[in-house]
Design a protein around this ligand. Structure first.
Ligand code: NJP
Length: 244
């Protein structure tokens, strides 16, 4: 059955690949991010392939914009079946570089953006008595390495927030499912957010060695979305076979 699916961070990488896959599968997709040109192109591609999609420019660090995104989705397609908090950035560096603005941005986008998404989508889902929230975490939400402290902290937070939400009674009463997608190295624009040259070199090497395509992650999201309503796929960890 066709679902209405909202995806943040859909202008590139995992969000874009997921939007395409879910639209190819007959769902109605609302794509959002800050770069309007990319979103326009994505909607055109989906429509050219016979799918249905609309876009809405949204900065997930601005809670009114995230609330507007939810309203836009409901005004356009009448409901929100799935909301994927996927926007994220990864300007990694060791803490002794004191890139405090980048720490702030990671916290704002990767944590607060997810919370704003939950706050925007949940009221509609509770009223519908159905829904599915998907949050993009990371293998970095399971482990930390030097240079990854703040990024990992944000991705641990995404898993903790998701699990806490899953256990809330109101969710079960309203048939709302929670899924976390935790990718390893995936070939996207994510490493471009790294400004520290040493970290960039290390991460670029890792991605050159074994990053998988974003389509693999999109297939994992599709699996969680397509699971029968009485079955919640709570977390999928997906990484290149040779990544530790
Ligand atoms: O990266 P990329 P991915 N408001 O850079 C958007 C996680 N992950 O697809 O606003 C709204 O291609 C940005 O759009 P724009 C990762 O942490 C990945 O890999 O137009 N949107 C773009 O669409 C993240 O949570 C890997 O610049 C904002 C998107 O975010 C998710 O996967 C590994 C925004 C980023 O797309 C998707 O990242 C892993 C804002 N303020 C976890 N700021 C991996 N690729 O290896 C950014 O463990 N965006």
């Amino acid at each position: 059955m066709s679902k209405v699916i909202v995806i943040t961070g859909a202008s590139s990488g995992i969000g874009e690949a997921t939007a395409k896959k879910l639209a190819d599968n007959g769902n109605q997709v609302v794509v959002s991010a800050r770069r309007e040109d990319r979103l326009k192109q994505l909607v055109a591609k989906i429509e050219a392939a016979g799918g249905q999609a609309v876009y809405h420019v949204t900065d997930v660090t601005k809670r009114e914009e995230v609330a507007d995104l939810a309203k836009f989705a409901v005004d356009t397609y009448g409901k929100i079946d799935v909301w994927m908090n996927n926007a994220g950035l990864m300007p990694q560096s060791t803490l002794d570089r004191y890139k405090i603005d980048e720490w702030d941005r990671m916290i704002d986008v990767n944590i607060k953006g997810v919370l704003y998404g939950i706050a925007a989508a949940l009221p509609y889902m509770r009223e519908q008595k159905s829904g599915h929230i998907i949050n993009t975490s990371s293998v970095a939400g399971h482990a930390v390495h030097p240079g990854g402290s703040v990024y990992s902290a944000t991705k641990f937070a995404v898993r903790v927030i998701s699990e806490g939400l899953r256990q809330e009674e109101a969710l079960a009463e309203s048939n709302i499912r929670i899924s976390v997608i935790s990718p390893g190295a995936v070939a996207t624009e994510l490493p471009d957010t790294i400004t520290d040259p040493d970290t960039k070199k290390r991460v670029d090497k890792l991605y050159e060695d074994f990053a998988i395509d974003a389509e693999r992650v999109a297939a994992a999201v599709q699996y969680a979305v397509d699971a029968p309503a009485d079955t919640a796929i709570n977390e999928i960890v997906i990484r290149p076979t040779s990544q530790h």
